[in-house]
Write a protein that binds this ligand. Structure first.
Ligand SMILES: Nc1ncnc2c1ncn2[C@@H]1O[C@H](COP(=O)(O)OP(=O)(O)O)[C@@H](O)[C@H]1O
Ligand SMILES: [Mg+2]
Length: 293
């Protein structure tokens, strides 16, 4: 393993412009040390996908991403045979006969992310993103791969990983993943960051943002998360919003600019209306007071 301590890993993640909290860097460290996949759960926009990308950068590894969706199947996740190419080959051979072994050989195999990750020589981070969107059958199938790190292709044989990829599985928790999957993974819940870390993240991701503006925005967003909203803003929204405010040339928050830019930070009409009509002025005052202290 590349990193001897959690601190070393944390430094490398920071280098990749990712600021983890201690819990996450510990989970990532253990996942590497134990060669066990890491399951990251949390609401949208808290930094799950980005954590895997930053890990790949930190390890100088190739990132292979499998984006999950309803109906995702083996043909799109693992491999499929290139029928058009097989047909062309048969035609080109014309009179000559074509053996089955030839047609179902590596030249006619379309390699999808899971096979690519297993059958790879360099260091790899395999990101299985938003697994909760895939069907349960796919999740069950994935179990096998994550426990044996091998894939069987009937026509070719079993391909076993020569070096295990680091694996990060993410879920937005639109449904619960199975216990069987959880047994095979380490688990970490990513919550919203505390205000100080969020401020650091904003400064890192929005270069040149005025300090005071960034602090007030982080404090305001924290206030929003304390309300009963349909979709509380994640770090992604705080960053977008800070970009927008900085683009408007603002040095600090006031009620007017917040009202005009609320769509950068809240993405549901009901949330925007509820905040605008009830809490906006108070939240701005509180954010300004918090940022001053
Ligand atoms: N800890 C962090 N350090 C730096 N940037 C972060 C962090 N967490 C989130 N971000 C930013 O927020 C954005 C959204 O994160 P993302 O990983 O896409 O969220 P998720 O996958 O959880 O929905 C990322 O592009 C990144 O810029
Ligand atoms: Mg994501």
């Amino acid at each position: 393993m590349r990193f001897r301590t959690i601190d070393e890993l944390e430094d490398a993640l920071r280098e990749a412009e990712y600021l983890p909290d201690r819990g996450l860097s510990t989970a990532l460290f253990l996942s590497l040390a134990l060669e066990k996949p890491l399951l990251l759960e949390g609401e949208a926009g808290v930094g799950k996908t980005e954590a895997a990308k930053a890990l790949a950068a930190a390890l100088e590894a190739h990132l292979i991403r499998l984006q999950c969706y309803e109906g995702l199947d083996v043909a799109h996740a693992v491999y499929e045979w290139n029928y058009p190419r097989q047909l062309l080959h048969i035609r080109a051979a014309q009179e000559g006969t074509v053996s089955e072994a030839e047609l179902f050989g590596p030249d006619f195999l379309i390699r999808r992310p899971l096979l690519e990750a297993i059958d790879s020589d360099g260091p790899v981070v395999l990101l299985i993103d938003e697994l909760d969107r895939a069907d349960e059958e796919f999740e069950a199938f994935l179990l096998e791969i994550l426990s044996d790190f091998q894939i069987t292709i009937p026509e070719i044989g079993t391909i076993k990983a020569r070096r295990r990829p680091a694996v990060v599985v993410t879920s937005n928790r639109t449904r619960d993943l199975h216990d069987a999957l959880k047994r095979r993974t380490l688990y970490h819940w990513i919550g919203h960051p505390g205000m100080e870390r969020e401020l650091e993240i904003v400064k890192l991701r929005v270069p040149g943002v005025p300090e005071r503006l960034a602090a007030e925005a982080a404090a305001f967003v924290r206030g929003l998360r304390g309300l009963e909203l349909a979709k509380p803003p994640g770090v992604a929204e705080t960053i977008d919003w800070a970009h927008a405010l900085a683009a408007l040339g603002r040095q600090e928050l006031d009620a007017e600019v917040v009202e005009q830019t609320l769509g950068s930070v809240l993405k549901y009409r009901e949330d925007i209306e509820a905040v605008r009509d009830v809490a906006l002025a108070r939240l701005v005052e509180e954010a300004r007071a918090t940022a001053r202290s």
